[in-house]
Design a protein around this ligand. Sequence first.
Ligand SMILES: [Zn+2]
Length: 172
Amino acid sequence: MDPYDQFAQWVSLLREDEAFDAEVDRLGAEAIAELRRIHAEDGLLFGDDLRRRLLALRFAHAERALRLVLSDFPAAVAWDIAPTVSMGEPAREGVVVHGWEVFGIGFQDTLVEIAVNIQADYIDEFFHVWPLCPGHRLGLKPDMRNGVGVWMCGSGPHEVARIGKTEGSRRR
Ligand SMILES: [Zn+2]
């Protein structure tokens, strides 16, 4: 069988698999590429095996994404929260970042997701929005543009920076 057909068939079977928690019809190009890699490395994964593989992928993405997102916020000393990435309880297995479960499959999806959640927590805790547009002094919103996670200013609207790359970012 043509390897492409086998991949397409597997993806369509994921609709029926409870271990797969994303909507098959709404997968972005990056998520498809991740699934293609999983398929190439591990073949036709379903159920618990698929779940373990997805969680490992999410965990790796979430760690990297969280570092980038945090670098766009004021120094950690200003936070009395210390976001961590951890696997959830077995009863509620999932990757959790500062109390928010992560659902993305592609890295950029995860980056936007975590930026939205961390920004919400930041606003709750410090009563002001961050990061700001250097031109308009308006709060920025995480969004996806051309498959990349960016901070958008509502004025225009216009893209200010990639997530993790704002001016004064504490990139490590
Ligand atoms: Zn602006």
